[in-house]
Structures are given as C-alpha cells and as structure tokens.
Write a protein that binds this ligand. Structure first.
Ligand code: ADP
Ligand code: MG
Length: 614
C-alpha cells in the first residue's frame, strides 16, 4: 500500500496554528501590542474599526525591521526573541513562539510597514491568506505599523461566530487594559471608529490605573510592596469598602505579563478575609517579579496561564504582604491576629455605634486624616442601611402611584379579589403582618399567603420601570444642586449607551466629561444619596452581562434599577405599607416571580395545616 502521510502545506499549517492563537479580534490586538512592546517602543497607537472586524492596526515607534526580517516575520516559527532552548528559561520578551504574525497573515489581509532607525527607507509588505501580494520600498517613519483587515475573511464559520461589536470591543478594551496597566512607561492610544477612547500618557503605575479606571479610583488604592529573595511584589489593592461585585479589576502581572491564576487569586482573597461581604471581590493590580527560571509560560498558547516552581511560597508571601498593607493603612480590623472573632461587631450593627470592646494600638492613627474611619466603615459594606427617611422616598413609588393601582387589569383584579374576599371581613384592619421584617404574611381564603417583600417590590418596580422606559414617560425630580459623579471611561461609555433608556426612567444627564457625568434629575423613587450607588450597580450589571449577548438593554436597566431600589429584607413595614405592597404586587402582570424568575410568594393551604394537626 502506498504511503499516505504527507507534510501539510504551510498555509494550512498556519491556519491550524491560527485557530489556537487567534480566537477573536482581541487576540490579534494582544499579539500586535506585545510585539510593539518587545520592539522597545515608547508610544503605541491602536486603531480599531468595527470592533476589529474591519481593521486592527498597531503603530509603534520601536526598533523596526530590516527588509529581510520584515519578510521573515510572517514565517512560522520565525522569531528574533529566542535562539536556543535554554533561552526559553530566561525570557524577557512577551513573544517567543514566532507564531503570531504567521497565524494572523493566514486568516486576514495584513499590511506591514516598517523602518529601522538608521535606514533611509522602509519596506511595505501586503500579505493575504499567507500569500505575499506585494513588497515595495516606502517612506515611513521609524518603527512598525501592522494593519490587519477583514479578519477570518477565509474562514466564514469563525467570522460568523464573532459576537456583536459591543462584545468584541469589550474584549479588545480588556486586552488593551491588560497591556497598558503594566507598561505604564509607554504612551498608549486607542482609537475606535475615529474616536479616541484612551490616550494614556507615560506615567507611574498609580496614575496609569487612575487614567484607565477614572479619578475616583485614586482614593481606593493601597500600595503593596514586598521584596524577598524569591518574589518582588509591588502594585496596589483596592480598599475593601470599594470591592466590586464583578472581577473586572483584578490583575496579576508576572514579569510584566498579564496572567490568570486561581491559586494566587485565592491568596489575595484570603488576605481580605473578614473584610469582604459575600459576593464581593477585591480590586488588585499586582506585579510579581520572579526569576524567569522558576516559571514556565509555555503551557498555554496565549500565555495567560503559567506554571510556578514554588506556588506555595508565593501564596504565603502575597497573603501576608497584603494583610500587612491593609493593616498599615488602617483598613483591617484584624491587626491583632489573636483576637476573638466572636467579639467583632456584625455588619448589621454598624449603625448602632456600639463601642468596640478591644483595645487596639494603632501607630499610624491620625485623627485628622479623613481615612480614620475606614476600619469601621469596612465592616458595613451596605453602610447605606436605609434610615426611615430614605425608606420613605423609596416608598413614594408604591404609595403615590394610586393611579396605576386603578389600572389593575380586570383579570388580576378578579384574582386578587378571589384570593382575599373571605378573609377581608375576618380581620378588617389586620389581615397582614410582617415576619422577621422579611416576609409579609396574609390570610387568604384558602389559607396563608407568604410574600417575600424584597422580591415582590422588585417585581413591582421592574414592571413600572419597563413601562416608563417603553412609553418614554417618567416623572423626574429636579435636583437643586446637580450631582457630579465620577466614572471611568469604560463606565462612561456604558452610561452613554444607556442614556436614553435611563432618561425614560427619570434620570436627566447633563454633561459628560472625560471622567464624570453631571446628573440634574433623578427618578421619583431614587433619593439623592443613592444615585451614585444605583448607577454604579447598573454599570457593573451591564458590564457583567455583556458576554452573554442575548440581553435586552432596556430589560437589564429595569432589572438592575429594581434590584437597587427595592425595599430590603430587614426593613420594617407598617400595615398600610404591607397592604399596598400586596395590592401592587397582584396588579402586576406576573406577580408570582421576581424579575430574575424567583418566587415572590408561597401559599400554604389550610388543608396542609390540617395535616400537621393530625
Ligand atoms: P514572536 O513575537 O513570538 O517572536 P511574532 O510572529 O509575533 O513572533 O513576530 C515575529 C518576529 O517579527 C518577532 O520576533 C520580531 O522580530 C518581528 N516583529 C514583529 N512585530 C514587530 C514590531 N512591531 N517591531 C519590530 N519587530 C517586530
Ligand atoms: Mg509576538
């Protein structure tokens, strides 16, 4: 039988390699930015069109390439970064596989222009699906520009698989952040469809973080510095009271390379133990410098996972360094490691000003510093525990909206009546009571109705909000003094996208600046002190949701606002308020579930009770 094995032609091999290296436009962005950094550039511009589907271009002012190198750079396993296998153990560059450009050129139209500093002229090469189409001598500035057009033009299945522009752009911005956050000595620009999203001047790391995530980030950051033989740790963690519900501000860099590590993440979380409320994640921007010999970055083609020789030691050093810094900055209540945790004030007692039974000597205590209170604040994340006053304002939406109670549709009205008709005369003025300030219990014809007040109110607000957004008619309360709220650029992009939906709920946004927005009006049931929390929650919900692209923004806005504004469990309600809540709930289209599809009430039949008494 004839031999059947043959070597794959280069362009096929390249396409296969591309499958690993290039998953989406953001992967190209990562590779091109890394090449520009390896080329010692100090100014790098990233230009994107249509979230990278039409164009991804990186222009740098680095060392450039000679004509031969330029041609070779598109060959597979062609790299200037390693020569021998030993070099793999002392990597100082981002790249080393020599695969990126070959892979990219196999699945897109690529245009390279490059010139070395001392060369008179540069070279321009165009390449399509691994085939060189042209090569000529050109006048071009020092450095390299690579434009990648029509990504996946020859792999329709991959192209169709790409998500919406919003999602792909989000991925690109994530990659851009990962690179820019650690290379703060380089000026980075990001331009999307002609508008400049980021222009980050050369700066220190703190300033870079602030330039990316917004001015309000500055006060959140606690510096971390630890120098040991095996690990140099530097960077910042976020103060616990600013923790987020998403993991969007968590960055590890190992030898200046962004990496993911569940194990090290655990080390950070454990340093925050006792300071974090469930479901919240600390922010961190941590740089680990280790001997390149002690890590293996070769285990993943995109190099975001690496193997450490001695993970346990790194874990221990990180944990204690972070704990120490949190303590020094007077944030951690656990400076005394032998303290009995049973004596700690529980979160919910925060407002009660109980005196702390332990005596702590804190050398860095400074009564004139604004920060002094953070230790106590950090124990109560929702320190916005609603007092009676703000509760009233929340209730406005329930009480005053008598008009919409009139609009109960007939079907529902009948339902409600049939539920309550018999019981109403039994206990005219006390047909409901509250259980543990969480549930509203009401007697109904067939037995008992138990309502979860938080979910029920969410349902009511959700339907109301949806209605006002869809019919674009909402009552807004004008603020006497407009609020200037700070957000990061990325958050502002999201807010701008949501602007028209939000304005239908009653928000009025005046001017958007680089890192803030002026709010001049808010919906009826939002109190002024809550505005920033509500909007931050909303932005974070949207950020969180984007990856699963099948969401409707309007629905998300309504859900998020309903969640933020609904009365909480633990809130005491008067009888009148309880009745209102029940009436409003059963006037809803779908009273039985919360906006996130969880039961709002349960019924207990008298016959079930009967059984218990047998
Ligand atoms: P790797 O980065 O793993 O070496 P790439 O395919 O990304 O592989 O790049 C191949 C080679 O092309 C690099 O080793 C480098 O010599 C050269 N190169 C790529 N991009 C640039 C750039 N922006 N400036 C200078 N040289 C570059
Ligand atoms: Mg590379």
């Amino acid at each position: 039988m004839a031999d059947i094995i043959q070597l794959l032609p280069d362009h096929v091999a390249n396409q296969i390699a591309a499958g690993e290296v290039v998953q989406r436009p953001a992967s190209v962005v990562k590779e091109l930015l890394e090449n520009a950094i390896d080329a010692q550039s100090d100014a790098i511009t990233l230009i994107i069109k249509d979230a990278g589907k039409t164009l991804i271009q990186v222009i740098d002012n680095g060392i450039g390439m000679s004509e031969t190198d330029a041609r070779l750079s598109f060959e597979r396993h062609a790299t200037s970064k390693i020569k021998t296998a030993e070099d793999l153990f002392q990597l100082n560059t981002k790249g080393f596989r020599g695969e990126a450009l070959a892979s990219i050129a196999a699945i897109a139209h690529a245009e390279l222009k490059t010139k070395k500093e001392n060369a008179e002229l540069g070279v321009a090469i165009t390449i399509e699906g691994s085939e060189v189409k042209s090569q000529e001598v050109v006048v071009t500035p020092k450095g390299t520009s690579i434009a990648v057009k029509n990504l996946f033009y020859n792999i329709p299945a991959r192209r169709n698989f790409l998500k919406s522009d919003a999602v792909e752009l989000r991925h690109i911005i994530d990659e851009f952040h990962r690179v820019a956050l650690i290379h703060y000595g380089i000026n980075f620009k990001l331009i999307h469809n002609g508008s400049e999203l980021f222009n980050l001047p050369e700066s220190n790391q703190r300033q870079r973080i602030v330039n990316i995530f917004g001015g309000k980030t500055n006060e959140k950051l606690v510096p971390i510095n630890e120098d040991t033989e095996v690990l140099k740790l530097s960077g910042f963690v976020g103060k616990p009271q600013f923790a987020k519900k998403t993991r969007s501000e968590q960055f590890f860099f190992v030898n200046n390379r962004f990496i993911k590590s569940a194990y090290l993440n655990h080390a950070v979380n454990s340093a925050f133990e006792g300071l974090m409320k469930d479901g919240y994640h600390p922010s961190y921007f941590l740089n680990l410098q280790v001997d390149p010999k002690t890590i293996d970055i070769n285990i993943h083609p995109t190099k975001t996972e690496i193997k450490f020789d001695d993970e346990h030691t790194l874990y221990a050093i990180m944990r204690s360094a972070i704990k120490h810094s949190l303590g020094q900055f007077n944030i951690s209540p656990v400076l005394d490691f032998n303290r009995d945790h049973n004596l700690d004030t529980p979160y919910s007692y925060q407002e009660k000003h109980a005196s702390t039974p332990t005596v702590e000597v804190d050398r860095s205590y400074n009564p004139f510093k604004a920060d002094v209170d953070v230790a106590s604040k950090s124990r109560g994340f929702h320190s916005k525990t609603k007092g009676a006053k703000s509760w009233e304002s929340l209730y406005v939406g329930l009480k005053d909206d008598s008009e919409s109670t009139d609009k109960i549709n007939i079907e529902n009205e009948q339902q409600v009546q049939s539920l309550f008709s018999e019981s109403s005369d039994i206990s005219q003025n006390q047909s409901t009571f509250q259980l543990q300030n969480k549930y509203i219990v009401s007697t109904i014809k067939s037995g008992l109705l138990i309502i979860d007040q938080y979910r029920a109110h969410q349902r009511i607000l959700y339907e109301n909000l949806l209605k006002s957004i869809t019919i674009s008619e909402a009552v807004s309360q004008q603020l006497l003094f407009p609020l200037q709220l700070q957000f990061s650029k990325q958050e502002l992009i999201i807010l701008k996208d949501l602007k028209s939906d939000l304005e239908c709920t009653g928000f009025v946004f005046k001017t958007f600046t680089e890192d803030s927005v002026e709010v001049t009006g808010v919906p009826m049931h939002v109190s002024e002190s809550e505005v920033s929390i509500v909007l931050e929650q909303l932005v974070s919900d949207v950020e969180h949701q984007i990856p699963d692209h099948s969401f409707s923004v309007t629905d998300l806005v309504a859900k998020s606002l309903a969640k933020s504004l609904a009365i909480r469990r633990g809130q005491k309600l008067t009888h009148e308020e309880q009745d209102h809540l029940i009436n409003r709930l059963f006037a809803c289209k779908e009273p039985s579930v919360s906006p996130t599809n969880k039961a709002t009430f349960v019924m207990m039949d008298a016959s079930e009770l009967d059984k218990k008494f047998i």
